[in-house]
Design a protein around this ligand. Structure first.
Ligand SMILES: *[C@@H]1O[C@H](CO)[C@@H](O)[C@H](O)[C@H]1NC(C)=O
Ligand SMILES: *[C@@H]1O[C@H](CO)[C@@H](O)[C@H](O)[C@H]1NC(C)=O
Ligand SMILES: *[C@@H]1O[C@H](CO)[C@@H](O)[C@H](O)[C@H]1NC(C)=O
Length: 160
């Protein structure tokens, strides 16, 4: 009687151990899968536009998501007319800065110290095979903005 009971218990325990090890096996597989699915991602919103006036300081950002606590190398490019990307990291009035957010995300900034009219254009950040959406930068002269405002004021006065 007791012997039979014990062997049933033992059998139950065996089943439990088997279940647990199947579960562990599944969890390990899931973990392995999510690790291999993970890849570097650049998340720049489509049609991002920055308007700046000449002489202003402007920061544009490139959110980067990555794996395994290892931030990738990111480069900023300017899209020129010939569609040849220019590495802007070497330009003296332009600086780049990496700001870590947590162990799988960070922001790579492009900073114009004294933005110039000719900095207008499209910029893209890239890491390995990942390219962010183009970011449009429009730089206006102070004079241009003043003229538009004055014209508007004059126009209104003339109307009255
Ligand atoms: C930038 O300026 C354009 C017009 O020149 C305007 O349509 C757009 O809304 C502005 N964008 C921002 C983010 O200020
Ligand atoms: C871009 O220029 C910087 C500074 O000159 C350099 O360190 C970096 O390696 C360049 N990146 C690429 C992808 O050429
Ligand atoms: C890291 O920060 C990004 C952006 O704030 C967030 O989406 C992501 O969930 C965070 N990841 C972790 C592991 O905290």
């Amino acid at each position: 009687m007791t012997g039979a009971f014990l062997s049933i218990m033992r059998a139950n325990r065996c089943w439990t151990i088997l279940h647990v090890s199947i579960l562990v096996g599944l969890l390990l597989t899931l973990n392995a899968q999510s690790d291999s699915d993970c890849s570097t991602e650049i998340r720049v919103r489509r049609n991002t536009v920055y308007n700046a006036s000449a002489g202003q300081q402007l920061w544009i950002n490139c959110p980067v998501f990555f794996c395994n606590d290892s931030p990738p190398t990111v480069t900023w490019y300017k899209v020129e007319e010939a569609n040849v990307p220019i590495n802007v990291s070497g330009d003296s009035h332009i600086k780049t800065e990496w700001k870590p957010l947590n162990k799988s995300a960070g922001i790579f900034y492009l900073m114009f110290q004294n933005i110039l009219r000719h900095d207008s254009g499209q910029y893209q950040c890239q890491s390995g095979g990942n390219m962010g959406h183009a970011i449009t930068v429009n730089v206006y002269d102070h004079a241009e903005i003043t003229t538009i405002t004055q014209n508007n004021v004059r126009g209104k006065k003339g109307f009255i």
